[in-house]
Design a protein around this ligand. Structure first.
Ligand code: HEM
Length: 403
């Protein structure tokens, strides 16, 4: 094996892999990496190997494993008991293996039917129109991330969950505090109390405009042994996992489009290309770029052995650019025959349950943005757009635009 490469590293171009990952691209499909604390781990960078390993039961998502690999010092800080409780609840789906995972996933999945997502489309369109109206009224330049890419998925998720419009600020504030605030425990309790009330109201007086919540309640009744707390956790999981990923994908995708004026003109002229364009952008920008796992047993890969306890990271910016899976993988081309085959939504038992909703939100968000703002452009040179420091998830700090 060759020299170990440091992980994670910063991107310089927002939609390209970090330049320091070039040796990993040359060594596909598996290479040693060194984490922030000097610990050795593995980077998976090949498309076929990713599909193989993400369906291998020896590759574990169990975040309670003491050998779970940490991506940064910030992720490894000592949390208070209250914060630990919240983290445990928030990872109750994505951080669990086997049968307990399948049971919980069944509950969450109940709310993501095609019917539910189709019914939500007009509401997403309203949200998108309102956010654009506000942004246009405030005048250029604007930060497209704060004015559009972030609120659109958040409000769409609130609409999915049936959170009334007037409660959305409260909801956003508490969800944010849970994730990042020192008072995570208190915010969690407040949000739980709010959700209990929402569910009680629903139980007594079903809303004619039924929501995801009603699907969840029906799944709870059918399962019999699923309790309130689990329904509430499912709601929180959906909100937390769905917001940042979709928001970053819209911001990075908009930047990518603005850097490809010919492609953008093609899309504007033919909106029927939007579904393929959304997936192609999702492939190229690869917001999750270091999905974590831990090896529960020794695993042979060719003549290399991933040892029990080793950390394993899936780098989707490189996996989605594997030349064995794509022609000209670095180019933005939505005429690829199997445009949904990228792995940005993961693969195997944990593959994103919200992907069709994410697609619907992005289709409406990109479609409306380019239709209503034909003069949309970056307000500063592309090289000056600040990217977030390298992490398991990529994103922008801000996206100044004019029109
Ligand atoms: C472009 C946007 C999105 C991207 C790139 C994305 C990506 C992913 C990935 C890679 C996973 C797999 C995690 C793993 O294997 O450990 C995942 C899981 C998940 N995603 Fe998404 N996601 C997006 C949007 C959403 C949305 C909008 C929702 C909800 C409304 C959502 C809900 C979930 C949930 C609940 C899981 C956990 C599934 C499980 O562990 O069984 N995601 N997502």
């Amino acid at each position: 094996m060759t020299d170990s490469v440091a992980f994670p590293q910063d991107r310089t171009c927002p939609y390209q892999p970090a330049p320091g990952y070039q040796p990993l691209a040359e060594q596909r499909p598996l290479s040693p990496i060194t984490l922030y604390d000097g610990r050795q781990a593995w980077a998976v960078t090949g498309y076929a190997l990713t599909r193989q390993l993400l369906t291998d039961p020896r590759i574990s998502s169990d975040r309670t494993n003491p050998q779970w690999p940490m991506v940064s010092a910030a992720a490894a800080v000592e949390f208070s008991d209250a914060q630990r409780k919240v983290i445990k609840l928030l990872t109750a789906l994505v951080g669990v293996d086997g049968a307990p995972h399948r049971a919980r996933r069944k509950l969450v999945q109940a709310g993501f039917t095609i019917r539910r997502i189709d019914a939500l489309r007009p509401k997403i369109q309203e949200i998108v129109d309102r956010q654009l109206d506000e942004m246009i009224a405030s005048g250029a330049p604007a930060d497209l991330l704060r004015a559009y890419a972030s609120p659109v998925p958040l409000m769409s998720l609130c609409a999915l969950l049936g959170i009334p419009h007037e409660d959305q600020d409260f909801f956003e504030q508490k969800a944010y505090q849970i994730l990042f605030g020192p008072n995570a425990g208190g915010a969690y309790d407040e949000l739980m109390a709010y959700l209990v009330k929402l569910i009680e109201k629903r139980d007594q007086q079903p809303d004619p405009e039924e929501s995801f919540l009603d699907d969840l309640l029906a799944a709870r009744d059918a399962a019999g042994d699923v309790d309130y707390e689990e329904v509430l956790q499912a709601l929180l999981i959906v909100l937390v996992t769905g917001h940042d990923t979709t928001s970053s994908s819209i911001a990075l995708g908009a930047f990518t489009l603005l850097q490809h004026p010919d492609r953008l003109a093609e899309l504007r002229a033919d909106p029927s290309l939007l579904p393929a364009a959304v997936d192609e952008l999702t492939r190229l920008v690869a917001v999750p770029d270091g999905l974590q796992r831990v090896a529960a047993e020794d695993i042979e890969v060719g003549d290399t052995t991933i040892r029990k306890g080793d950390g394993v990271f899936f780098l989707f910016s490189l996996i989605n650019r594997d030349e064995n899976a794509y022609d000209e993988p670095g180019s933005l081309d939505w005429h690829r025959p199997a445009f949904r085959d990228h792995l940005t939504y993961g693969f195997g038992p944990h593959q994103c349950v919200g992907q069709n909703l994410a697609r619907a939100i992005m289709e409406i968000a990109f479609g409306t943005l380019i239709e209503r703002l034909p003069g949309l452009r970056l307000a500063v040179p592309g090289e000056e757009i600040p990217v977030k420091p390298g992490d398991a998830f990529q994103g922008l700090v801000e996206l100044p635009v004019a029109w």
